[in-house]
Design a protein around this ligand. Structure first.
Ligand code: C5P
Length: 395
């Protein structure tokens, strides 16, 4: 990790810490300006390794060569305008820039600066060169609050979790999902009763968001069609927010002919009020009772069967309260899924509103696999391992 001199450098300590906790060996290099904002000690305290500052140090003349050669990925966060200019020129006047010249690992740069500086044509030209000619990933900046007194605009460094996702994606050098198009549905749907009330369910969207993020990290182009969720959209994905099952169906049918992998993890409402009121229903007008007639929503996953891209792979979900495997197996066939993730709603730690899940994965070409209780992030990885294995077998 390279850290250059911007106020966002305080966030880079979190990145170094998170990466270390994820199991990475993190060598941090700070420029002289970076040390005006954070100290090497802050980084060595979270990485357990000395943070580096000097090109010409007692550690050996070829420190930059060692760093460049050993790195699986190089990330510079924050990347200031001055650093971007030096990197674009291929300068070798500090330890970070020399390491960049010495490495052949993927490089992720996270720009951070005032919005007026960011929009300057020279900065934009430097970024274009770094991205288009050197094939560095330019992650961010985000649009939002800048340093105090500087207002808002594009220039803010992306958040630590987003930087970590970019690093994860940069590390995916090969794998069957690279360049593939993946569609994920997630979350509940809301079926209006009137303009302010709806019928819904307890789905948080967590499982689908975890799958979308993990697929993006594995190099896919991901579109996430999501019902209302309080979660932040995953980094890097095309995010299509919808409310109702009908809207979700329309969005999905518009995409599915072009996608290689479809993951239907949304908890789509099976029914919707037949005649939603145009105005808010008043208690006084309703009398003591209100009768709502429901009509069936279409089955989105089933409706895609004829439209799916040939050779594509589809994954369904089934939440059951009884006869888990036999009910799930029926859905695998009736909705023409290749894989189906079944979970028992009565299991503690599984299903809606929790961050864990206990699932059994059914496949068209193998026995059901019962996985232990694990986080939804871990379930997403397990599922994608199987998706990748299917794709590899197909090609
Ligand atoms: O039949 P059941 O609702 O259990 O099927 C679950 C699977 O079908 C999930 O993959 C879910 O996303 C999908 N589904 C759908 N549209 C519906 C109902 C379910 O796409 N209307």
């Amino acid at each position: 990790m390279g850290v250059t001199g911007g106020i966002a450098a305080y966030k880079s300590v979190q990145v170094a810490r998170d990466l270390t906790r994820l199991g990475a060996t993190v060598d941090v290099v700070l420029t002289h300006s970076a040390q005006k904002f954070v100290t090497p000690l802050s980084f060595s305290g979270v990485t357990g390794r000395p943070a580096l500052t000097d090109l010409f140090s007692a550690e050996g003349a070829a420190l930059h060569i060692r760093l460049g050669r050993e790195a699986d990925v190089v990330c510079v966060a924050p990347a200031t305008a001055d650093f971007l200019a030096r990197a674009a020129q291929g300068r070798a006047d500090d330890l970070i820039c020399t390491t960049l010249l010495a490495t052949r690992a993927p490089v992720v740069l996270c720009p951070a600066m005032n919005d007026r500086m960011f929009s300057h044509p020279q900065v934009q030209a430097n970024l274009a060169h770094l991205r288009d000619h050197l094939h560095y990933t330019i992650a961010g900046p985000a649009d939002g609050a800048l340093a105090v007194g500087e207002g808002e605009g594009p220039g803010r460094m992306i958040e630590p979790w987003q930087i970590e996702e970019h690093i994860g994606r940069a590390l995916e050098a090969s794998g069957p999902l690279i360049g593939r198009k993946v569609l994920v549905t997630a979350g509940p749907t809301r079926e209006p009763l009137d303009p302010v009330r709806y019928l819904g369910n307890r789905s948080s969207g967590r499982m689908g968001y975890a799958i979308a993020q993990a697929a993006w990290r594995r190099g896919a182009h991901v579109t996430l069609v999501s019902g209302p969720s309080s979660l932040a959209p995953p980094e890097g994905v095309d995010f299509v927010p919808v409310e109702t099952a009908m809207q979700m169906r329309e969005a999905v049918l518009g995409l599915v002919a072009n996608t290689d992998v479809n993951v239907f993890s949304a908890a789509v409402a099976d029914f919707r009020p037949s005649n939603p009121h145009a105005t808010k229903v008043k208690r006084a007008d309703a009398g003591g009772e209100m009768i709502v007639t429901l009509e069936a929503n279409p089955d989105i996953a089933a409706d895609t069967v004829l439209v799916r891209k040939s050779g594509s792979l589809s994954v369904g979900f089934a939440l059951e309260t009884n006869d888990l495997i036999s009910n799930a197996a029926k859905k695998l066939v009736s909705k023409q899924f290749d894989l189906l993730v079944a979970n028992d709603a009565t299991e503690p730690g599984a299903g809606f509103e929790v961050s864990t899940n206990k699932v059994t994965i059914l496949s068209t070409d193998g026995e059901p696999e019962e996985l232990p209780l694990m986080t939804k992030d871990a379930v997403a990885e397990e599922l994608l391992d199987r998706v990748c294995a299917h794709l590899a077998r197909r090609s």
